[in-house]
Design a protein around this ligand. Structure first.
Ligand code: NIG
Ligand code: FE
Length: 430
């Protein structure tokens, strides 16, 4: 007679054990809204077991160890340490040439973003630096920046074009993003954003026509050629005074949708033109910035699946008095995410732990809400909520190990980097 086989143990390739405190946003099906943003599952004396890049077991250490076979696994000892999901940055402009340190100095002397842009600075200044760079220069610059993002715990990141502002240069930026996605571990979500500013010497109406008739179809074609699914690419528009109108945004959105691309919008950063309502109606995955959002638009967002991506680094770096009304949004049930907006002008900050500090100080989010906003909700804002942003069985093993013992210490330590180790798809990358 054959004895019943003992319970089969999964053979794992990475084991993080022991863990001082495992902390992850958790809702049965995300994203988190309202009081759920505060809901962090905390497990002391925990472990995470990973196989083929995915979490197979995570929770109490004894329980995890009883279900796995880890003889050949890489082991990370996180005793006394905090372990969270890898951070997700849902809004960056990290591919650009040149820098704009002079503008920072001008702002410190009291000049506003608009005054600096009117004097030839702003997005157009980075357009010159970016057009002067080859695709391989852009890749090299982006690669160096991405290495620094990893050091600060970012494991996935959205990246926009928008400093080319003509067909060739915008496509060069998009190509650089596709290549960067393949060559290094941070997963990139590409966003095509030729409607970031009107290039000098061009009429806005003519430029918008070119974006719609020529540039968007060319971006879709480039994606196909490079083997990147077109339906995973976003199109974004800077809908604001002096940039693009609500009607421009609507027309660009229509074309993007017809090509199968997804939508985001820079909305209500300086003026409220109606872009947030348009984002909700059009099925955009996020409306970003929202400093000047109206109460009616907060209400619209709360009834929609469109995330609010708040960027407290930008209001801080622009030295603005006001920040987005984050507390009202959380309490109204809006899906609130945070991102860096890392770019050469309005926010030369890429560190999400620092942004979590600003989210606590300036947006009045709790440390727990800030963690949810920079992981689970950020993942939803880039269409990845079903696979990243949580420490949970079957989720991708994207993990940050911290030199602190609890979540509240992340924003508190905003001035030094407390990230100890980073794991991407089950592989240690820091
Ligand atoms: O998100 N608002 C528009 N775009 C960027 C600014 C980019 C720049 O100044 O280069 C932003 O803040
Ligand atoms: Fe931006």
């Amino acid at each position: 007679m054959v004895e019943a086989a003992s319970e089969t143990k999964v053979k794992v390739d990475l084991l993080i054990s022991p863990i001082g405190e495992l902390a992850t946003p958790y809702v049965e099906s995300g994203p988190a809204r309202g009081a759920d943003m505060q809901n962090i599952r905390q497990v002391h004396d925990a472990a995470i077991a990973v196989k083929d890049g995915k979490i197979v077991h995570c929770g109490k250490r004894d329980d995890v160890l009883s279900k796995i076979q880890a003889d050949e696994a890489t082991v990370i000892d996180a005793s006394g340490k905090l372990v969270t999901p890898g951070l997700v940055d849902p809004h960056t402009h990290l591919v650009f040439g040149g820098n704009r340190h002079q503008e920072f100095a001008m702002r410190c002397q009291g000049k506003t973003y608009k005054e600096i842009a009117d004097q030839g600075g702003g997005i157009v200044a980075s357009m010159r630096g970016t057009r002067g760079a080859s695709v391989s220069d852009l890749i090299e610059l982006g690669h160096e920046r991405l290495k620094r993002l990893i050091e600060h715990g970012t494991t996935s990141c959205e990246v926009k074009t928008g400093y080319g502002l003509d067909k060739t240069s915008e496509l060069n930026m998009l190509e650089a993003i596709f290549e960067l996605d393949k060559m290094q571990p941070v997963e990139l979500t590409p966003t095509f954003m030729p409607a970031h500013a009107v290039p000098p010497g061009t009429q806005r109406e003519a430029y918008v026509r070119e974006v719609i008739e020529d540039m968007l179809p060319a971006a879709a074609k480039l994606a196909e050629k490079k083997g990147f699914p077109v339906n995973e690419i976003y199109v974004d528009v800077f809908c604001d005074d002096g940039y693009f109108t609500l009607e421009d945004t609507r027309q660009i959105f229509e074309k993007a949708k017809a090509l199968g691309m997804k939508l985001k919008v820079h909305a209500d950063e300086f003026a409220s033109l109606g872009a947030t309502a348009l984002a909700c109606e059009s099925g955009a995955d996020s409306a970003d910035h929202l400093l000047a959002i109206t109460p009616a638009d907060i209400d619209r967002l709360s009834k929609s699946d469109c995330a609010a991506v708040l960027l407290p680094g930008t209001s801080f770096f622009l030295n603005l008095k006001d920040h987005a009304p984050a507390r009202t949004m959380v309490e109204s049930g809006v899906i609130v995410a945070i991102g860096s907006d890392f770019n050469p002008g309005s926010c030369h900050i890429f560190s999400l732990p620092f942004i979590m500090g600003l989210a606590s100080l300036k947006l009045k989010l709790t440390a727990q809400e800030a963690l949810t906003a920079a992981t689970m909700n950020a993942a939803y804002a880039i269409g990845r909520g079903a696979s990243i942003g949580q420490l949970r069985t079957n989720y991708q093993a994207d993990i940050a190990v911290w030199n602190v013992s609890t979540v509240a210490e992340i924003p508190y330590n905003m001035g030094w980097n407390s990230v100890a180790q980073v794991v991407k798809k089950g592989a240690p990358i820091l």
